[in-house]
Ligand binder design. Structure first.
Ligand code: GLN
Length: 303
């Protein structure tokens, strides 16, 4: 199989069509990104790597970072985490307030905003320096220096009223141990992490490799935790579009409103795509198309 040819064909075919979708205007800093950016990085555990377009340009990974935060939290507190956050697909928008009230302050899963805010709270309760410790975890996964983007962090902090509402509601139900502002601050920080497709594909290899970073051989998660994380990405990684993504792409993955998507095939490869314009569900429109085309052309879907 010539994977480079497959990526080239997908890239040029998608680029030749109108660039539909919208930039996420509710985070002003993200609305300023050039909507024509488009990159793909495909990395096999065997070491083969293929890429095209803006695969080395860093962008805001946004909710993709929730996977790292949840990995770190479950590696510290284990199964106890599920007393405070569920494992069911939300079937609702990632920032739904109604759902959180309906479910009495227990978020459906760790990847909707309310779930990730609870995960941030758990990190604060269990780590001496949660923002730094989270970065350290991500740096171990990526094998390089990764940073928070100050502008994106400030932009979201200024305009994150809905997330503030979610955090306050969680607090009212007794599902936040720490100060609301402190928890929100860590949540906005984790959403502000910048990475490229190339760095994302590398850093998700531990989830492709039974919890072990294949480069450093460090065990970041147990085999069982890795299995559960991949299952959660499959069922909850795309919010109320998790079914569509599973149906069309057939890989566990996670999206972010920065236009990034990471997906993986356990034991085989990781693939990261970035295109900033989003569909109405908040997932990268071209990114979804590219991955659908990739698993169709390569016949590499887990189903
Ligand atoms: N920072 C974004 C928010 O809180 C994350 C959402 C996302 O990437 N889906 O709204």
């Amino acid at each position: 199989m010539n994977y480079q040819e497959i990526l080239n064909a997908i890239y040029h075919q998608i680029k030749s069509k109108p660039n539909d979708g919208e930039l996420p205007s509710y985070i002003p800093e993200l609305a300023r990104i050039n909507p024509e950016k488009f990159g793909i990085s495909l990395q096999f555990l065997t070491g083969e790597e293929y890429e095209i377009g803006d695969a080395h340009e860093q962008f805001s990974i946004q909710s993709i970072a929730k996977v790292f935060a949840f990995s770190l939290a479950i590696s510290i507190v284990g199964k106890k985490i599920f007393e405070r956050v569920g494992v069911e697909p939300s079937g609702n928008a990632f920032n739904s307030l109604v759902q959180l009230e309906y479910e009495k302050g227990i978020p459906r899963n760790p990847f909707i905003n309310a779930g990730a805010i609870v995960v941030a709270d758990i990190l604060i309760s269990n780590l001496p320096n949660p923002a730094m410790d989270l970065l350290t975890f991500i740096r171990k996964a990526a094998g390089k220096e990764i940073i928070y983007n100050e502008q994106v962090y400030q932009s979201e902090k200024k305009t994150g009223f809905r997330n503030a509402a979610l955090a306050n509601m969680l607090k009212s139900y007794g599902n936040l141990e720490n100060d609301v502002d402190k928890v929100l601050d860590l949540y906005f920080r984790l959403c502000s992490i910048s990475m490229s497709c190339n760095e994302l594909a590398t850093s998700f290899k531990y989830l492709c490799n039974g919890g072990v970073n294949p480069k450093s051989n460090e065990q970041l998660l147990s085999l069982s935790q890795t299995k559960r994380l991949n299952a959660l990405m499959q069922t909850c990684g795309f919010y109320d579009e998790a079914g569509q993504f599973t149906y069309k792409v057939g890989l566990p993955g996670k999206s972010g409103v920065g236009g990034g998507i990471i997906a993986l095939y356990p034991e085989k490869f990781t693939i990261a795509v970035w295109s900033p314009k989003l569909n109405p569900k908040g997932n990268s429109l071209r990114g979804m198309k590219a991955l659908e085309q990739f698993t169709t052309d390569s016949q590499l879907s887990i189903f």
